[in-house]
Design a protein around this ligand. Structure first.
Ligand SMILES: *Cc1c(COP(=O)(O)O)cnc(C)c1O
Length: 424
């Protein structure tokens, strides 16, 4: 791919400004890698742990040790990580069904949860399909103030009301990342404040965090600051681009135990589950995760700088510190949104010859255009972009397995947008 002088200049300027921020990102990556390697060493990780088990999978040392390592790294009492959790939505479903019982109340405190959870909770979809609502679990939602900060007053009020009514809120649910919403991403420190409030007012309430896209962007995870449960997908940050599929849950011993009874069955918990040769890619994925996340973060900062300089509204802006890997660019034009996604596709290692087209997607009210040229299907720790075809034509993107390839993808997107807008 040949880039114009203009693109090369934009890139050079960006990297000059970003050098101190990149150094900070490297420092976080080093810190997290050190934590992971210490835990590998203390737990005597050995090649025998990559051996395959079949059938029930009793005494799978690799699996059990990785669970222990995962707990240590996340600052949690317990954890499990499994290749046979199909995606983040299933991991979240396991966690929520593990904790919630008929008559319980779940309160989402960062506004609407991720799209796919609506049917799990039962605020969308068909009654009778087996959502939490079908099982008599009640749901309520508190919006962020100005799409930015947690509404501590409203949260305290609902906690107190339910304590006074004799039945504490069972789950306070918080999504760390903005996901595909136009809101701020919450930091681990802010989630720590939330935990403090919840535990002081309503100690029996579980704090559950949708941690997708947040892992290893900071030195600490929400479990380090007291969250009862964090949940995520292995084809995002914590799989390091190495895990082929899977999900994880970490948290307090009781919360994780309850989730484990939903993962398999009551009584069996984590004692079963054949790993069928997947252990190695899960170990390797965790080993790579801080580094790969750093690559994705740098790619996002670079994009924010380049597209910001080109005059587009970007969120976050280039010099803002991050707690997830998602970047948005508002293109204000359907053609530019398409041009952006086509540029990303062209700059991908796989399927670079494909031209993305806007398409109807199940669950979306407008057409969506998507770019993904990933080694692993749907992996969004690999550079990927999508945007709904409606004003203001915002493209959401994330990932980049290596900064070098992420940079090529972003340069390709910028060139495609410049060519289309006739600035070249
Ligand atoms: C990706 C994601 C999920 C889960 O989505 P899957 O596609 O099922 O892995 C949930 N919440 C957030 C914020 C996410 O980014």
């Amino acid at each position: 791919m040949i880039f114009s002088d203009k693109i090369l200049e934009l890139c050079q300027n960006a990297e000059r400004d970003l050098a101190p921020l990149f150094a900070k990102i490297d420092e976080v990556s080093f810190y997290n890698t050190q934590k992971i390697m210490e835990s590998f060493s203390e737990n005597r990780v050995a090649t025998a742990m990559f051996d395959s088990t079949s059938g029930y999978g009793y005494d799978d040392r690799g699996r059990d040790t990785l669970d222990k390592i995962w707990a240590e790294v996340m600052g949690a009492e317990a954890a499990f990580v499994r290749h046979n959790i199909v995606n983040g939505t299933q991991a979240l479903t396991i966690g929520l069904f593990g904790l919630l019982r008929p008559g319980d109340l779940m309160v989402s405190v960062a506004g609407k949860p991720y799209d796919t959870l609506e049917e799990v909770i039962g605020i969308a979809g068909r009654p009778g399909d087996g959502s939490l609502a079908d099982f008599g679990v009640k749901y309520s939602q508190i919006e962020l103030i100005d799409n930015k900060t947690l509404d501590f007053e409203a949260i305290e009020k609902i906690l107190l009301e339910n304590i006074n009514a004799g039945k504490p809120v069972k789950v306070i649910f918080v999504q760390r990342s903005k996901g595909y919403l136009n809101r701020r991403t919450l930091t681990v420190a802010e989630i720590g404040e939330l935990v403090k409030l919840v535990k002081s007012v309503s100690p029996d309430t579980y704090v559950v965090v949708d941690n997708c896209y947040g892992e290893f962007t900071e030195k600490y995870e929400p479990t380090h600051v007291g969250a009862d449960m964090i949940i995520g997908s292995l084809i995002k940050n914590p799989g390091g681009g190495m895990a082929e599929t899977g999900g994880y849950i970490a948290g307090t011993a009781r919360a994780v135990e309850l989730a484990s009874y939903r993962l398999t069955s009551v009584g069996c918990g984590l004692e079963v589950g054949a790993t069928m040769g997947q252990n190695k890619s899960l170990y390797k994925g965790l080993f790579y995760a801080p580094h790969t996340t750093a690559q994705a973060l740098k790619t996002a900062h670079l994009a924010a700088h380049i597209f910001g300089s080109m005059g587009y509204k970007v969120n976050p802006v280039w010099d803002e510190e991050r707690s997830d890997i998602i970047q948005t660019v508002i293109t204000e034009s359907p053609d530019l949104l398409c041009a952006f996604c086509r540029g990303i596709q062209k700059g991908s290692p796989v399927d670079s010859f494909v031209t993305p087209e806007p398409w109807e997607m199940p669950g979306y009210t407008s057409q969506v255009i998507m770019a993904a040229g990933a080694f692993t299907q749907g992996s969004s720790i690999e550079l990927s972009a999508d945007g709904p075809m409606r004003p203001p034509y915002t493209v959401y993107f994330q990932g980049g397995l290596t900064y070098e390839s992420g940079k090529i993808g972003i340069m390709s997107a910028a060139q495609s947008v410049l060519e289309f807008s006739g600035n070249e």
